[in-house]
Design a protein around this ligand. Structure first.
Ligand code: NAG
Length: 512
């Protein structure tokens, strides 16, 4: 009975989406802007190659950082993705790198081993904590708050020689699939500014999509890396649970479920850079255990796939996304010798099962409780523009309440599904699946795109790795993408397939 109400609610919201869609399109008419074309060729070189060129002194770190800083300054007025920058310090650090290299006694190989990203600029999602920069994460009551130290993931990137340029935008407390808040405002999609860049790593997504960053880090508890990766046409990897330290991330809590669902992971414009970054984020020992240095033999891989579950409650997957899943499977089997398995998983109820699992997390910081505010009065106040909390956050809290009240506990069903899924994939299987059922929606349309996270949430609740791969543009010029999942600790399979599919689909394409 409870679940029946939940199904009705989703069907109703889907119906409202159908009714309201023309209104969103009408309001966006004529307002579409996109970012200017890329003129500096440095911006088209992958991070792995940039690092090599710096070591060989073919390009200076200053030159590269300056190219990115110029590009960010050019596009940020259009995409509004930057919360706070550190351009001056970054250029100083780049100069130090260049000076060091002129008198460095180490050979290139050793240098690569100890500082694989020496001199390469990187961008950081604000919630990952970059020392000295804003750490408000879109919350008015944290406004002006600066990170006292680097999050562990950020520290590892710095140790590898990377130079952070800025912290990028998120929704309030990272609780939405649209990156907007009362401090920085809305982040726009570089392919169409009337559309969202997604969330919660939407600032990273927009910067990378716009060619204003080459590598970055984001975090993902239900799709927050992979959905912005989809919407902005880039690569994003959600690592296996617990292999990348979450130390320093905000929000954080001690519930074991939280620590296994939330991950920090790499986002990039070029597939190859994901692996380099993942190795740095997990450290040498873990990289060896995960066999990240071993070549993956594609013709030993089994591919499972689904174009969607027709009933992630009545929402149909966009035809271009379905076609991309088909095309990927066809390419992998005809060109790379993978074995295609026609086993389908019973994923109809993932939204219930996995959603319930996530919303059962206890002890998450409750932004309202500390302040003695109440969600229902805040929702009334927000209608009159009087709440201190964003509609995004209130929407999230409301959905949380709906799950508490109207979705039954499916622990047994969930455990069974997880076991079947992981056992089927084993140590040589990948699962190709949509990252979401549509390409980027208009700003604020997420209220009606209720089941967006249904496709991504699976990997979080199962602890599985998953890589979002861009597959060209749809008829409106918005990026299409799919995700490649694997069983826990098989990240290398996702990454190898992503690199292969980049060749086929052409990877990131600059916005026009
Ligand atoms: C990285 O960039 C270099 C220089 O543009 C290019 O030659 C190389 O093929 C790229 N590698 C990959 C895997 O994209």
């Amino acid at each position: 009975m409870m679940d029946f109400f939940f199904s009705i609610l989703i069907a109703f919201m889907t119906f409202l989406r159908f009714l309201t869609h023309p209104i969103y399109v009408w309001f966006a008419q004529g307002k579409k802007k996109s970012v200017p074309p890329i003129t500096n060729d440095i911006l088209r070189i992958n991070a792995t190659e940039l690092a090599a060129k710096i070591r060989k002194k073919q390009l200076s770190s200053v030159e590269i950082c300056q190219a990115y800083i110029d590009r960010i300054k050019q596009v940020n007025p259009i995409i509004n993705a930057v919360v706070e920058d550190r351009f001056q310090q970054a250029l100083k650090e780049a100069k130090t790198v260049d000076d060091y290299l002129t008198k460095c006694a180490l050979n290139e190989e050793d240098l690569e081993k100890i500082k694989p990203l020496l001199g390469v600029p990187v961008t950081i999602k604000e919630s990952c904590s970059l020392q000295g920069l804003s750490y408000a994460v879109g919350m008015l009551n944290r406004c002006g708050y600066k990170a006292e130290s680097d999050g562990e993931a950020v520290a590892r990137l710095k140790t590898s020689g990377a130079i952070p340029l800025l912290v990028s935008n998120t929704p309030e407390m990272c609780c939405c699939l649209e990156s907007s808040n009362f401090i920085t405002g809305y982040t726009n999609n570089p392919y169409d500014t009337t559309c969202t860049s997604g969330g919660s790593s939407g600032g990273e997504g927009a910067l990378l999509g716009a060619g204003a960053s080459v590598i970055g880090i984001g975090s993902d508890i239900a799709g927050s890396i992979r959905i912005p990766a989809l919407y902005n046409g880039i690569f994003g990897h959600k690592p296996t649970a617990r292999i990348v330290s979450l130390k320093g991330h905000f929000p954080y809590c001690y519930d074991e479920k939280f620590k296994s669902c939330l991950v920090i992971g790499p986002m990039s414009r070029y597939a190859k850079d994901l692996k380099l970054m993942l190795k740095i984020l997990v450290g040498d020992k873990q990289a060896t255990q995960l066999k990240l240095n071993q070549k993956v033999d594609l013709n030993k891989i089994n591919v499972f796939f689904m174009e969607g579950t027709d009933s992630i409650l009545e929402t149909r997957v966009q035809s271009e996304i379905k076609a991309a899943v088909q095309d990927a499977v066809k390419y992998l089997s005809s060109q790379c010798g993978v074995k295609v398995k026609d086993h389908k998983f019973e994923l109809k109820y993932t939204l219930n099962c996995c959603g319930k699992h996530i919303f059962n997390i206890k002890d998450l910081p409750d932004p309202l409780k500390g302040e003695n505010d109440n969600i229902f009065t805040e929702i009334i106040k927000t209608l009159f523009g009087q709440s201190r909390y964003t509609p995004n956050l209130l929407h999230y809290l409301l959905v949380n309440k709906i799950y508490d009240l109207f979705v039954s506990d499916r622990t047994m069903e969930f455990a069974q599904l997880k076991k079947t899924f992981i056992d089927s994939l084993g140590d040589n299987g990948v699962f190709i699946y949509p990252s979401a059922y549509t390409t980027a929606g208009k700003h604020n349309q997420f209220y009606f795109l209720t089941t967006t996270a249904a496709y991504t949430i699976l990997a979080n609740t199962f602890g599985c790795p998953s890589t979002s791969v861009p597959c060209g543009l749809d008829k409106n010029g918005l990026p299409v993408g799919i995700q490649i999942m694997a069983a826990p600790n098989q990240d290398r399979l996702c990454l190898a397939v992503a690199e292969e599919l980049e060749k086929h689909f052409g990877g990131w394409v600059p916005p026009k």
